[in-house]
Design a binder for this molecule. Structure first.
Ligand SMILES: [Zn+2]
Length: 79
């Protein structure tokens, strides 16, 4: 399997959890335990900060579900 250059991007200072999608791109859960969001380095998808604060349990479940489905390893995504 060819690894994505997004397999090990720089770790944000508020990184809580890092998982990887089906092709190795990082899916990060960041923020605080009471206010977190996730983003995918493979496809660029994810929830940004909003008026709704997501507990890390919710964010982790959503990020894990995305990582299980996502096969993107975009090589020039500037995120
Ligand atoms: Zn993705």
């Amino acid at each position: 399997m060819k690894l994505s250059p997004n397999t090990a991007p720089a770790e944000p200072t508020d990184l809580l959890i890092r998982m990887h999608n089906q092709v190795g791109a990082a899916v990060d859960v960041t923020g605080t335990p009471d206010s977190s969001y996730w983003s995918c380095h493979g496809c660029g998808y994810g929830y940004g900060y909003s008026s709704i604060d997501h507990h890390v349990d919710t964010t982790r479940a959503r990020a894990n579900a995305h990582a299980a489905d996502c096969r993107a390893a975009y090589h020039r995504l500037d995120r």
